[in-house]
Design a protein around this ligand. Structure first.
Ligand code: NAD
Ligand code: UDP
Length: 314
C-alpha cells in the first residue's frame, strides 16, 4: 500500500528535496507550508504530480489532514540565523505550537513522527565533536534562543508524546547543510559567500573566521533522512558531515572555486555564535550504515554551478 506522509515546511530548502525523494520512492505527500521562508518555486518539479499536494498553512495556528496518514515529518521552522532573528516569535511558535499540532495529528492518525531538529541544541558546545549524549550549552535568553530553545522544547515534547502515547519518533539533529535551493539572501555562510563571490564583492566574515563548522551536502542529508525513516532508531540522532573547517577556510575555498577578485572583510561576530561544531556520527553509521559521500569541494562546485545558472539569471 502507498505510504502517505504529511510534510510541514516542505517548500523550504531541505523540505523540497525531501518531498521529491519521498514521491520518487512512491510515497503520497501532502505538504503544508506558510511560505514564511519557503518558496513554491522549490516544488516546481512536483507541480501537478498525482502523489503530491501543496497547501499553504501556518502549522502553529492549525494542522489537519483528511484520510489516513502514516508519517508526519515536521520541518516547519525558519532555520537561518538571519531568518529566525527577523522572525523570533514565529520561530518559537513553529517549534512550540507547530510541534504540538504536528504531534497531536500524529496521535490522531496513529502515525509515526519525525522532528527535524538541529545541532543548535548543543549551543556553543563544550564537548567536541558532539555526540548525542551531550546535553549542550545554550544561552536561554540570548538572541539565538528563539531557535535553540524552540528546538530543545520540540525535542522534549516529541519524547513526551513517545513515552506517553507510544508514538514512534525519530529526531535527526541536522548539522549545517548546503546545496541548490538555498536562498541567496538567507544569510547563511555558504549562500552568502557564493553570492558575494559571484558579484566580486568582499566576503563578509563574522569575527576573525576561526570558528568552525562541518557542512553536509543536501543529497547526503536527504539520504540520511531516508535511512532514519527506515530504521529502528528512536530519539535524537546526529546527521551531518564531520568534515570540519574554519569559516575563513570556507570563505577562501568559495573564493577559489568561484574565481574573481573578491577579498574578505571582517565584521563583528553575532552574540552566542558557536565557536566549534562537528557531528559525531557513530550512531547513525552503526544503525543505518549511512555516511556522507559528497566531499565539500565537490558539493560546493555543484552548488556554485547551480547558483550561477539560477541567481545570475534571476
Ligand atoms: P527553510 O527556511 O528553507 O525551510 C523552512 C520551511 O518551513 C520554509 O518553507 C518555511 O516557509 C516553513 N515554515 C516555517 N514556519 C512555518 C510555519 N509556522 N508553518 C508552516 N510552514 C512554516 O529552512 P531549511 O534549511 O530547509 O530547514 C528545514 C528544517 O531543517 C528546519 O526545521 C530546520 O530547523 C532544520 N535544520 C536545517 C538545517 C540546515 O542547515 N539547512 C540545519 C539544522 C536543522
Ligand atoms: N558567517 C559569516 N558570514 C556570513 C554568514 C555566516 O562569517 O555571511 C559565519 C557565522 O558567524 C557562523 C558560521 O559562518 O559562525 C556559520 O553560519 P551560518 O549562518 O551558515 O550557520 P549557523 O551554524 O550559524 O547556523
Amino acid at each position: 500500500m502507498t505510504i502517505r506522509a504529511v510534510v510541514t515546511g516542505g517548500s523550504g530548502f531541505v523540505g523540497s528535496h525531501l518531498c521529491e525523494r519521498l514521491v520518487y520512492e512512491g510515497w503520497n505527500v501532502v505538504c503544508f507550508d506558510s511560505l514564511i521562508t519557503g518558496d513554491t518555486a522549490n516544488l516546481a518539479g512536483l507541480e501537478g504530480h498525482e502523489r503530491f499536494h501543496f497547501e499553504r498553512c501556518d502549522v502553529a495556528d492549525g494542522l489537519s489532514a483528511h484520510g489516513a496518514v502514516d508519517w508526519i515529518l515536521h520541518l516547519a521552522s525558519p532555520a537561518s540565523p538571519v531568518d529566525y532573528l527577523a522572525h523570533p516569535i514565529e520561530t518559537l511558535r513553529a517549534g512550540a505550537d507547530g510541534t504540538m499540532r504536528a504531534l497531536r495529528l500524529a496521535r490522531e492518525k496513529s502515525a509515526a513522527f519525525l522532528l527535524a531538529s538541529t545541532s543548535e541544541v548543543y549551543g556553543d558546545p563544550a564537548v567536541h565533536p558532539q555526540p548525542e549524549s551531550y546535553w549542550g550549552n545554550v544561552n536561554p535568553v540570548g538572541p539565538r534562543s528563539v531557535y535553540d530553545e524552540a528546538k530543545r522544547y520540540a525535542e522534549a515534547l516529541t519524547m513526551a508524546f513517545h513515552r506517553t502515547y507510544g508514538i514512534a519518533v525519530k529526531i535527526p539533529r541536522i548539522f549545517n547543510t548546503y546545496g541548490p535551493r538555498l536562498r541567496r539572501e538567507d544569510g547563511r555562510a555558504v549562500p552568502t559567500f557564493i553570492w558575494e563571490a559571484l558579484r566580486g564583492e568582499p566576503l563578509t566574515i563574522y569575527g576573525d573566521g576561526s570558528q568552525t563548522r562541518s557542512f553536509c551536502h543536501v543529497d547526503d542529508l536527504v539520504e540520511g533522512l531516508w535511512r532514519i525513516l527506515n530504521s529502528d532508531l528512536t530519539g535524537p540522532v546526529n546527521l551531518g558531515n564531520p568534515e570540519e573547517l574554519t569559516i575563513l577556510e570556507l570563505a577562501e575555498l568559495v573564493r577559489e572555486l568561484v574565481g574573481g577578485p573578491s577579498e574578505v572583510r571582517f565584521v563583528e561576530r553575532m552574540p552566542d555564535d558557536p565557536t566549534v561544531r562537528r557531528p559525531d556520527i557513530t550512531l547513525i553509521r552503526s544503525a543505518t550504515g549511512w555516511e556522507p559521500k559528497v566531499p565539500l569541494r565537490d558539493g560546493l562546485i555543484r552548488t556554485i554551478e547551480w547558483a550561477r545558472k539560477t541567481w545570475l539569471a534571476g
